[in-house]
Design a protein around this ligand. Structure first.
Ligand code: ZN
Length: 113
C-alpha cells in the first residue's frame, strides 16, 4: 500500500486541542501546546456567517448586513459545537448559531497579525 504525503486542501495548519469558555473569554489550546485567549464579544463580532458578513449576489455585489446593535446576551456563549475536524460552531445567547469558525479563522481572530 502506498502512503500519500499530500495534504488535503482544507486541512488546517493548526488544530484545536481544547476549548474552554472562562468568564468573558474563550481559551483555545492548540495542538502545538500554545494557547490563545479571545474575548467572546470579539469572537461574535467576527462571526463569519453570511448574515453577519454579508452575501455576494450573482452580479458580484456584496450586501453587508446593517451594523445592528447587539444585545448583551449575543456575547454569551451557550454551547460550542465541533464541526468535523476543522471548525467550531458557537451557539450564542440570542440564538444565533450559523457562524462556523474554521480553526484557521479562529486563529486569525485570536491572534491578529
Ligand atoms: Zn453570524
Amino acid at each position: 500500500m502506498e502512503i500519500s504525503s499530500e495534504r488535503t486542501l482544507n486541512e488546517p495548519n493548526m488544530r484545536v486541542a481544547d476549548l474552554q469558555a472562562i468568564g468573558d473569554e474563550l481559551a483555545i489550546k492548540w495542538d502545538d501546546g500554545s494557547e490563545s485567549y479571545v474575548k467572546l464579544e470579539r469572537l461574535r463580532r467576527h462571526c463569519p456567517c453570511a448574515g453577519c458578513k454579508g452575501e455576494m449576489d450573482i452580479m458580484g455585489h456584496l450586501h453587508i448586513a446593517p451594523d445592528r446593535p447587539l444585545p448583551p446576551q449575543a456575547f454569551q456563549l451557550v454551547r460550542l459545537g465541533r464541526v468535523g475536524g476543522y471548525a467550531v460552531q458557537p451557539v450564542w445567547g440570542d440564538g444565533h448559531a450559523t457562524g462556523i469558525y474554521s480553526f484557521d479563522y479562529l486563529r486569525q481572530v485570536a491572534n491578529p497579525a
